[in-house]
Design a protein around this ligand. Structure first.
Ligand SMILES: C[S@@+](CC[C@H](N)C(=O)[O-])C[C@H]1O[C@@H](n2cnc3c(N)ncnc32)[C@H](O)[C@@H]1O
Length: 318
């Protein structure tokens, strides 16, 4: 079969993401979180990644019995519904994308700090009756070290999605996850803001040192020795070596003003059967690197009937 173009790939991802939003958008539609077009690239990336992870995971669990179950962990779960700021369209949030996949996780664990956001997520997830989910309210940095207590099975194969708005994720949380989930694939939204904070510190604003200390963990002052070092490379290197997840890559995503917003980062451990996972994730990162928010706008315009072609057609019909 010929390989899909990047635009076709994006269309397929966002079709699914929008179709899942349709399933929950009757539940308090006003309570959707609003983010820019660049968010849709992340949601498409997540959907692709779950379509890589789940078929292989199900095979390993159901056929080969090498794991006790597949768990999806969403540390910054959100409300389950996002409104795209520039277009007003509703797209599914990460937990709904995970719940809506035609292959199932044995457990979906969502952590959300905000009480009202958590409550509406609970209502939205309840639409997926045959999915086993656990919603925890609180700071994921506090909850993560004891996550194993909520697991409904042993020997899990985990997919962990880390999607803060800024630098809310702490290095020690990554360590805690790594301890509890030897077999874990990570998809992380790594804020470009961390690099700006490093710039502040390099410029003498020491007030941000505590934030960097918690975000990047031990050794981060090394970043002050060379102007060329980046926070993302530093943390990625530590996930690879200290946490033993040497495989993966990252890609930078820009917003509609061409401003650097976040890196999408994938990390996983080296395993005998790990290559199919890795190949699938890298394919996704390559595609994202060739797409922009204008591609997202085009796909959403087409899907919601705002394409230039339909506009021109209606003018011709007048
Ligand atoms: C970028 S949004 C998540 C979007 C969601 N992952 C999605 O794709 O639909 C970040 C969410 O994390 C929540 N949050 C912020 N700090 C948190 C923390 N320390 N622990 C858990 N949730 C937190 C916010 O309330 C917000 O809903």
């Amino acid at each position: 079969m010929p390989k899909k173009t990047d635009q076709q790939w994006l269309r397929d991802q966002l079709d699914f993401v929008c179709s899942q939003a349709d399933k929950v958008s009757h539940i308090e539609p006003a309570r959707a979180q609003t983010y820019g077009l660049h968010t849709a690239l992340k949601l498409g990336a997540l959907n692709h990644s779950l379509n890589v992870f789940l078929p292989i995971a199900r095979n390993q669990i159901d056929e080969k019995h090498t794991f006790g179950g597949a768990v999806y962990v969403d540390l910054f779960a959100g409300s389950g519904l996002t409104r795209v700021a520039e277009t007003g369209d509703l797209v599914a949030g990460s937990p709904i994308i995970a719940a809506g996949n035609r292959r199932s996780f044995d457990q979906i664990i969502c952590i959300e700090d905000d009480k009202e956001t958590q409550a509406v997520l609970e209502q939205r997830l309840s639409e997926f009756r045959n999915r086993m989910y656990t919603i925890l309210r609180g700071d994921c940095n506090e909850i993560a070290p004891t996550l194993h207590r909520y697991l409904r099975f042993g020997n899990p194969l985990a997919f962990v999605f880390i999607d803060p708005e800024g630098m809310e994720i702490k290095w020690r949380t990554l360590e805690a996850l790594s301890r509890q989930f030897p077999y874990m694939d990570i998809l992380m939204n790594f804020t470009y803001g961390a690099q700006r904070v490093l710039g502040d510190i390099r410029g003498g604003r020491t007030v941000n040192e505590q934030v960097m200390d918690e975000f990047a963990g031990p050794g981060w002052p090394m970043l002050l020795l060379s102007e060329d070092d980046t926070v993302v490379n530093f943390v990625e290197g530590k996930i690879a070596t200290t946490l033993g997840r040497p495989l993966g890559d990252k890609v930078l995503v820009r917003d509609a003003s061409n401003r650097q917003r976040y890196f999408l980062m994938v990390r996983m451990r080296r395993t005998g059967g790990g290559t199919p996972f890795l190949r699938g994730y890298i394919d996704m990162l390559r595609r994202i690197s060739r797409l922009t928010v204008e591609d997202v706008r085009g796909v959403l315009n087409d899907r919601f009937g705002r394409s230039l072609t339909s506009f021109e057609t209606s003018r011709r019909d007048d």
